[in-house]
Write a protein that binds this ligand. Structure first.
Ligand code: HEC
Ligand code: HEC
Length: 212
């Protein structure tokens, strides 16, 4: 485990220099089990309530797959995703933050530099007027994963060699995301290679494109 973490940290610095943000991970044990067979269990904060309701209401035709679950499980999971969805978390924490400010003002303190809670900042970043069924269709996702024309084929080649089927496979590129929520770019496939192969895996050009 220690050596794995060490390997991850080496790659982490070579691949990404950007400050990696972090997302709240899925904590619900049912969601963790039932929604991580085919892709990582996506953090509920990434999509609004309406999106989760659409997804959970149509599991038998789930992006071409049958992801059906029994009614009781669907009910519990829908409640979990809705409660932690983007707009619900946003509204709840905006209220908490407003109350925090009001309290400070009452105590005669300044509120201009009061920092919103991290969860509120994350919810704001991912908030969108669109209610897509795909995280990939969110403007924020697109802006974080749009590569220059020169880099598109380069990234495609990396994905092919690192056995990453589609952009929906977040944890194939963000290896720490399911456990810590960190969005640092860490490729588990590359991490698992023998040291020499791992070190030679990315060309300088590829590293540059990944860091774009
Ligand atoms: C039987 C396999 C399977 C299971 C189980 C499954 N999914 Fe999926 N899911 C898929 C496939 C396939 C895609 C499309 C992936 C792609 O485009 O590469 C997908 C895509 C998604 C997407 C869109 C991701 C994106 O932005 O492209 C969401 C959201 C999602 N699933 C949520 C869930 C939830 C919630 C559960 C648990 C209730 C779940 N999935 C369980 C197969 C599954
Ligand atoms: C093919 C690899 C790949 C896949 C798959 C992928 N990403 Fe990324 N992601 C990247 C790269 C590269 C960056 C840009 C990193 C940089 O600029 O340093 C990035 C950036 C991000 C960031 C911004 C990091 C920050 O804090 O600025 C987030 C958040 C993110 N991805 C989430 C996701 C989610 C959620 C999914 C799945 C729905 C996903 N990514 C799928 C490669 C990938």
């Amino acid at each position: 485990m220690r050596s794995l973490i060490f390997a991850a940290s080496v790659l982490l610095f070579s691949v990404t220099s950007a400050q990696a943000g972090s997302l709240p991970v899925v904590k619900d044990p049912v969601a963790k089990t039932e929604c991580s067979d085919c892709h990582m269990a996506y953090p509920p904060i990434l999509l609004p309530q309406a999106s989760w309701e659409k997804i959970m209401g149509n599991l038998s035709d789930h992006f071409g797959d049958d992801a059906s679950l029994d009614d009781a499980t669907v009910k519990v999971l829908t409640e979990y995703f809705v409660k932690n969805s983007n707009d619900v978390v946003l509204a709840k924490n905006e209220k908490i933050f407003a109350e925090m400010k009001a309290q400070k003002l009452k105590e005669g303190k300044r509120v201009k530099y009061l920092r919103p809670p991290g969860i509120l900042r994350t919810a704001k970043k991912w908030s969108s007027k669109f209610k897509p069924e795909r995280i990939q269709d969110l403007p924020r996702f697109k802006s974080k994963h749009s590569f220059s024309q020169r880099c598109v084929p380069v990234i495609e080649s990396v994905m092919k060699r690192a056995k990453i089927q589609t952009m929906a496979m977040c944890s194939d590129c963000h290896g720490l995301m399911p456990t810590t929520g960190a969005s640092a770019v860490v490729f588990p496939y590359v991490e698992a290679l023998p040291v020499a192969e791992r070190q030679a895996f990315f060309s300088a050009e590829e590293l540059k494109c990944l860091d774009e």
